[in-house]
Design a protein around this ligand. Sequence first.
Ligand code: ADP
Ligand code: MG
Length: 551
Amino acid sequence: MDTQKGKIGVTTENIFPVIKKFLYSDHEIFLRELVSNAVDATQKLRTLSSFGEFKGELGDMKVKVSVDADAGTLTVSDHGIGMTAEDIDKYINQIAFSGAEEFLEKYKDNANAIIGHFGLGFYSAFMVAKKVEIRSLSYKEGAEAVRWECDGSPEFTMEKTDKAERGTDIILHIDDENKNFLQQSEIDSLLRKYCRFLPVPVVSGKEQEWKDGKMVDTDRDKVVNDTEPTWTKKPADLTDEDYRNFYHQLYPGQEDPLFWIHLNVDYPFTLTGVLFFPKIKNNFEVNKNRIQLYCNQVYVTDSVEGVVPDFMMLLQGVIDSPDIPLNVSRSYLQSDTAVKKISGYITKKVASRLEEIFKADRQDFENKWDDIRIFIQYGMLTDEKFCEAAMKFCLVKDTEGKFYTLEEYRTLIEGQQTDKDGNVVYLYTTDRVAQYAYIHAATEKGYDVLVMDGQLDSHFIGMLESKIEKSRFVRVDSDVVENLIPKSDRKAADLTPLQRDMMSTLFKCQIPKVEKAEFIVSFEALNADANPVMITQNEYMRRMKDMAAMQ
Ligand code: ADP
Ligand code: MG
């Protein structure tokens, strides 16, 4: 073949400055793009081989990323299908440019916001390189090795070369602003981020070992990825230990997860993954955004907003789907029907798994309840479908530490805690210490009191009240409780000396007088020794005050 010179097929005057400018904020993704191309080329050859269309030896199929700081180059090599001069013309010279051009045309107004998630593929190399070379030998019989070179202008050179091994080397001549990509440590961390679970072994740098008191390079290539991550395996082949190990691999230094869910669906969309329930500490905002999104084992992002419902962001783990359109803006993602389906599927799956765990081992579920309640409550408050499903396994806990489902609890209190309008009255405490006397008084009467002291409980109570027919939630220190308690005939004269003392002190403090409308002091129906006096608060007034405080 003679040396060819030609002009890259693009109408835009020069697309390289555009690529550099727009991709600047996320330019490290060039490595993901080049390594995933190498992986694709390797997988393609494997496929051809399995169909008998390639009869040669596959040989060593590792992808290699090598740094040559002295030469100023970074090379990604594979032993995949390779490219002929025609292939390069078709796939590199034409398609990519028109693809990029089309893309920029379509999104020119907000390219900056979305381009980070859009792989411009091969051409993203020009974000960090002043010159890019391709050296390739196709798997096709009688193919000639070819070298392509482009220096960041729309001009390229293509010529015959002497590459003997099948496959492709992509050689980046790193530009001055991006010298950091010539450090092995930088490349290691990028490979760790983007290529950790690629399906083909990727090697970069050398394994190290201790020798004479320090770490030294061995001559063994260092494999940077796990080609068969847990989510790609069958659940039946995995033990609890495997899931836990995978969790710690993803999130080193964390406590064991409480539960996990293995996702696996291939119709109407493809999705696999493992989601973990971490111990959610009270301040749950900081725990968001820890699910990692992959596309065919290539890391894409850990910002899954829009892909999973908001409350699922409290979970951790991996979702892998080629069906999530990643080259679009977040607002588009939220309205995309495929994504909606995916999000709906995950919700359903998480709910049914929780129900399954609840049914299989209720004791275990109860033991973990305090750690997962915030997740379940948040889900129920924000997602109608999840709420419906979770009504079956959502638990409430009373002051004795007993757990009930909502249905069980209703049955428990129905007969004995009813107000004059026939509503079933759910008593609850928000502070077991401060409201101790009221709890004591209520339980003495044979009433049950729920503990509702969580971060979301005040919202949750409102939600339950609207969901459960004829229900009324009343704080244990409200006057409603007083009305449930049958009044005894005690008169002031029957008060104990202690109660009388308290009465006069309270009057001195003007409590009944000043806040007459809001507080009711009562001495009746109480165990005079343990609780000589109670001050209850008008439920309606209290709620008004709480609401005013929230606004
Ligand atoms: P995409 O990967 O989305 O197709 P790219 O710009 O990354 O877009 O690559 C364009 C095309 O160039 C690929 O589809 C493939 O045909 C070819 N190509 C790129 N890198 C390689 C490689 N290492 N080996 C073989 N073909 C490659
Ligand atoms: Mg690509």
